[in-house]
Design a protein. Structure first.
Length: 155
């Protein structure tokens, strides 16, 4: 099974989370590859597969700068993503209640609109909660990857 972790980040926190997950998941049975969203467009999803979006939220609830090209490409190209399964790790800060984790929620919305199928619930991490995002994500991803294995076997 192959997993591509796509990272949207401004400060490097989402990249840290993704790298920690890649280390934990890449076990021979599962091949995990982390890719920064820099310079990517909708073609990254061509051919389908299993993806994990790991992104922070920036500004007024926007996707990070390095994720804008990919997000805008999905909006304009509108490819058929019915052969894509995905999960979302959204990083945010609940003190910004109206835009909390919007970066991840925006990717979830557009991928779903384009026919991709989300596996499991979105992981929402609150920076003001005092927990380390990579530790919370490491726990969440164990449940998520088990769901992926179950659903991909059934497919």
């Amino acid at each position: 099974m192959k997993l591509t972790i796509l990272v949207g980040t401004m400060t490097g926190t989402a990249q840290l989370v993704a790298q920690e997950l890649e280390l934990r998941l890449d076990d021979g049975e599962l091949q995990a590859q982390t890719r920064l969203m820099d310079g990517l467009d909708a073609a990254v999803f061509a051919g389908g597969g299993l993806f994990l979006i790991c992104t922070s939220t920036y500004g007024q609830g926007d996707v990070p700068d390095n994720a804008k090209q990919l997000y805008e490409s999905l909006q304009s190209a509108r490819p058929d993503l019915s052969n894509v399964q995905y999960g979302v790790i959204a990083l945010g800060d609940r003190t910004y209640a109206e835009t909390f984790c919007n970066g991840g929620k925006r990717f979830d919305r557009i991928l779903s609109e384009l026919g991709a199928r989300r596996i499991g619930e979105i992981m929402l991490h609150d920076a003001s909660a005092g927990t380390m995002p990579e530790e919370v994500a490491a726990e969440w991803v164990q449940v998520w990857i088990a769901l992926c294995r179950d659903q991909l076997v059934d497919a």
